[in-house]
Design a protein around this ligand. Structure first.
Ligand SMILES: Nc1ncnc2c1ncn2[C@@H]1O[C@H](COP(=O)(O)OP(=O)(O)OP(=O)(O)O)[C@@H](O)[C@H]1O
Length: 263
């Protein structure tokens, strides 16, 4: 696609001066920040600060009225979510968005759709080829299931699983697309301590073992500071801090926004 190769540490995605409004509500005001290849990047901020809106801009759900987003060196125009997905951007949602009646295995398999080349016509003509491809995809999905340690629930309808496991299945579905950039919206929300520790470990393993770049929104400050390389802080739609965890922890604007809290 004429996109130059990105080395670890290079900028994978750059957001420049973007603003997004819904009528009179300004969700994002003139925010610039970047995500480097191979890092774990966090976006934090009080409720309503614009964090989810930012992820929605990155994966094409929302189109900012101002500013630009450059992914792998290419400035994007108004991109649709499926186009972002085709270019290697996957995401999970604040509230689990899985097919509740379907098994863990089948839910993760749906994340593989983009990678499947065979359609009905080719599978009628090239039945053997399509079957082989299907087998390869199943093997890939089984590997994800092993990696996330969810073999025991592979046939269980996800609606019957506890919330923490559903979040893990959702992570599996996103991984099935073999993303280059993985966006996680509050991956640990609603989890107990043990589930949070597990999820942290999986996020770091995905980053380490697959080299996947990760951008996450998370409210648990301990977790954010532990697992992120850099943290960007939003408040009332504007950026008030950006840097390594230590810089952000000691940033007076950030301390004030959190102490002022409750908005
Ligand atoms: N589709 C929409 N229509 C109208 N207003 C919206 C929409 N999406 C977001 N907003 C508004 O934009 C602002 C930022 O919302 P956003 O969900 O991005 O914040 P957030 O930081 O993710 O909050 P939280 O931590 O509570 O999830 C809020 O005032 C919200 O009400």
């Amino acid at each position: 696609m004429g996109v130059h190769e990105i080395k670890p540490g290079d900028v994978l995605l750059a957001v420049e001066d973007i603003s997004l409004s819904f009528g009179a509500v300004r969700a994002i005001s003139d925010v610039s920040f970047d995500i480097r290849k191979g890092e774990v990047r966090a976006i934090i901020g009080p409720n309503g600060a614009g964090k989810t809106s930012m992820l929605n801009c990155i994966n094409g759900f929302y189109h900012p009225q101002q500013g630009t987003i450059t992914y792998k060196g290419q400035k994007r125009s108004a991109m649709k979510p499926y186009e972002a997905a085709a270019q290697g951007i996957a995401r999970t949602f604040q509230n689990v968005a899985l097919f509740k009646g379907m098994s863990t295995l089948d839910n993760i398999m749906t994340g593989r759709n983009l990678k499947m080349k065979s359609n009905l016509l080719t599978s009628m003509i090239w039945w053997g080829k399509a079957e082989k491809e299907e087998l390869e995809h199943r093997r890939f999905v089984e590997d994800i299931i092993d990696f996330l340690e969810i073999e025991a629930i592979r046939k269980t309808p996800v609606g019957r699983l506890p919330y923490g496991l559903q979040k893990r299945v959702e992570l599996g579905r996103a991984l099935a697309a073999e993303p280059e950039l993985l966006l996680l919206d509050e991956p640990m929300a609603g989890m107990n301590l043990e589930e949070k520790e597990d999820m942290c470990r999986f996020i770091l393993d995905v980053n380490d073992e697959f080299g996947t770049t990760i951008c996450l929104i998370e409210h648990d400050m301990g977790v954010v500071m532990d697992i992120s390389d850099r943290v960007m802080v939003l408040d009332y739609g504007g950026k008030i801090g950006d840097g390594v965890p230590e810089e952000v922890r000691t940033n007076q604007n950030v301390i004030d926004a959190y102490l002022g809290g409750g908005h």
